[in-house]
Design a protein around this ligand. Structure first.
Ligand code: IP8
Length: 261
């Protein structure tokens, strides 16, 4: 059983306060992950798991300091001799906190730092070698990869979002479960009801309901989540990871939310 689970930054952090972790929630989610590992073990199966987490109140506020709007109205990075490390460092700290808590619950998590080996080429194509990740999975380690700053093209930079990582890994590794834990019940329609399914029949209507990300985030919020998966043809579910037991339920294939396929 292979699952890829993205823990959105908003369920791990208070986005209004830089460098704040919701420690009780992180503990609960780690316990639920442990419980899912035990569930499969009791059935004589192994849960191979990749965890992806967002930038939360670490990556976003720090990256914002190094982005400005140029004379053509485009958002560009500046002062990256300092900024690359600043963003990398903030995400390393956050990733350490997440992994330490997983280890408190005896989840064998290990770190994957995107800024060291992932990049976008000039055309925006992602270059992401998963050989080490696959080797870790074979050894029953749980790679924990995160949103980060990465290189782009000849001399640019780009934010690599957890919402790039999940669809990319899902396309490449074809998991049994591809899971997006967010702080809402799924994708809402204009009446705030959860849309059960997104597919080619309703994608145009859904697009009218998608709002850009909240003001603290520099990446694309629900729009990026839906479109990255939809465009790559990934079957995934967006669900509320803030609700008790939902992380566990998602890992055993029993959570409610919005299914994309
Ligand atoms: O929260 C953003 O990752 P995301 C990462 O998954 C940084 O979009 C460094 C802001």
């Amino acid at each position: 059983m292979l699952a890829i689970l993205k823990l959105g930054g908003s369920i791990l952090c208070d986005k209004n306060t830089p460098f704040s972790v919701k420690t009780d929630d992180l503990k609960r989610m780690s316990l639920e992950i442990k419980k899912a590992i035990e569930y499969y073990k009791n059935k004589g199966e192994i849960l191979n798991l990749i965890i992806v987490h967002g930038g939360g109140s670490f990556g976003h506020p720090v990256a914002k300091k190094y982005i400005k709007t140029n004379e053509n109205g485009e958002k560009v990075f500046f002062n990256m001799e300092k900024g690359f490390w600043d963003i990398q460092n903030a995400m390393r700290k956050f990733n350490n906190i997440v992994i330490e808590e997983l280890h408190q619950q005896e989840v064998p998590a290990v770190s994957i730092q995107p800024s060291s080996f992932i990049l976008f080429d000039e055309k925006g194509e992602l270059h992401f070698d998963t050989y080490a990740i696959e080797g870790m999975l074979k050894r029953n380690l749980i790679p924990v990869i995160h949103g980060d700053i990465v290189l782009k093209g000849e001399n640019n930079y780009k934010i690599f979002s957890g919402d790039h990582a999940l669809p990319y890994l899902s396309k490449k590794l074809n998991p049994d479960l591809s899971l997006h834990a967010s702080d809402v019940d799924g994708v809402y329609d204009l009446d705030k009801k959860t849309i059960k399914k997104i597919n080619s029949d309703n994608i145009n209507d859904v697009l009218k309901c998608l709002k850009p990300s909240n003001k603290q985030d520099i990446t694309g919020g629900m729009y990026l989540k839906v479109m990255e998966c939809y465009n790559l043809g990934i079957k995934t579910i967006i669900f509320n990871g803030s609700k008790k037991d939902n992380i566990y339920k998602s890992l055993i294939g029993e959570v409610n939310g919005t299914k994309i396929n």
